[in-house]
Design a protein around this ligand. Structure first.
Ligand SMILES: Nc1ncnc2c1ncn2[C@@H]1O[C@H](COP(=O)(O)OP(=O)(O)OP(=O)(O)O)[C@@H](O)[C@H]1O
Ligand SMILES: [Mg+2]
Length: 334
């Protein structure tokens, strides 16, 4: 695959399949209200692997994708796909891109295979590709069955198969797991992982982090049409600056501080006074914001409260996501 961007961005920088800068889109509703859907989005999707495009409902994912594909015009900002400025140079790159934005139309009474053959003829893809893409999306055995007998998950995989006919380097899927059951979600996830492992770039949007967390190599999290965080899953978690420690207190039962519950209360006061955030859960305290777990031990020991367990809890992407998007629940109207 061509890598023309290397020289312009300098050595060591990853090649980008997609890059947007200061991308902006405002809709006007029929009643004349302005809705800022995307406001200054800087998105970078590296070449190769699965990139999760995450954000709550109404955060601007579909609008961004539609702008990239030339389906909606941006108000401002720049967009590049494989180092070509789009939508101006979309014709030069469109052959390298496959996308599912809306559910594609298939003929219900034709088999999946027949549908793909018709499509292959229409777009000039070799018919020999049809069997391959059916295999790639695990539809091989059901290819000869009528489309209308397919489950939702199979229909969605046929849509993915259709995008693969042209062997695109970049695949863009807008919420491909919407409405699917856990088994259907898993099948789509496995298909995406396979595509990423082949060296293709997959941009997959979702408002449900858990659906892409396991398959994404890198992620971008957006809220109100702006980038909130991006990087590898590990970087996004690490960059959140969170260390939570789970603490159990075990002072002597005859402690002047009282019974275990009273000791936990005393510990909560001491840690909160030191500027840490403390949450009680069962017999444990969850302490946030300590620079080092030993700080917690030291502060408590100074007050004769002894820690029997101290477990650093790794922040997961879900909690980072919820934290970043906490005030994003109601969509892009402002
Ligand atoms: N055609 C339109 N006219 C007016 N407002 C629109 C239009 N399309 C989207 N919007 C608004 O723009 C904002 C962003 O919508 P968008 O569909 O891009 O979000 P999304 O992240 O894809 O959400 P979801 O997770 O629900 O699919 C929302 O406030 C939405 O109501
Ligand atoms: Mg959407």
């Amino acid at each position: 695959m061509p890598r023309s961007g290397e020289a312009s961005r300098g050595v060591g920088m990853p090649d980008l399949a997609i890059r947007t800068q200061a991308l902006r889109k405002t809709y006007r509703t029929r009643r004349g209200k302005r809705v800022v859907a995307v406001q200054g989005l800087d998105l970078e999707v590296p070449v190769g692997g699965v990139h999760g495009f995450l954000g709550p409902n109404g955060s601007g994912k579909t609008t961004s994708i539609r702008m990239l594909l030339g389906l909606v015009r941006a108000d401002a900002g720049t967009m590049m796909v494989f180092d070509q400025v789009v939508p101006e140079h979309l014709p030069d790159v469109v052959g390298r891109v496959g996308a599912i934005v809306e559910s594609p139309k298939f003929f219900p009474t034709f088999s999946g295979r027949k549908n793909l053959e018709l499509l292959a003829d229409a777009i000039g893809a070799p018919r020999g590709r049809v069997g391959e893409v059916l295999e790639e999306t695990s539809l091989g055995e059901r290819g000869k069955d009528k489309f209308k007998t397919y489950s939702l998950g199979m229909k969605q995989r046929l849509a993915i198969a259709a995008t693969l006919l042209k062997e695109p380097e970049l695949l863009i899927f807008d919420e491909p797991t919407n409405g699917l059951d856990p088994a259907g979600i898993r099948e789509i996830r496995e298909t995406m992982r396979g595509l990423g492992e082949q060296g293709r770039t997959v941009l997959v949007s979702s408002h449900i982090l858990a659906e892409v967390e396991q398959v994404a190599d890198t992620v971008s999290i957006i809220g109100h049409g702006r980038l909130l965080a991006s990087g590898t899953v590990a970087e996004v978690i690490g960059g959140s600056g969170r260390t939570t420690v789970k603490v159990a207190i075990d002072s002597p039962i005859d402690s002047p501080l009282g019974d275990p519950a009273a000791q936990r209360e005393a510990a909560t006061r001491i840690l909160a006074a030191a500027g840490l955030t403390v949450r009680a859960e069962g017999n444990y305290l969850f302490v946030d914001g300590a620079e080092h777990p030993a700080d917690v031990t030291r502060r408590l020991a100074q007050q004769e409260l002894y820690v029997s367990e101290l477990i650093p809890v790794r922040a997961d992407l879900e909690s980072v996501f919820l934290e970043l998007t906490a005030d994003e629940g109601l969509g892009g109207t402002r």
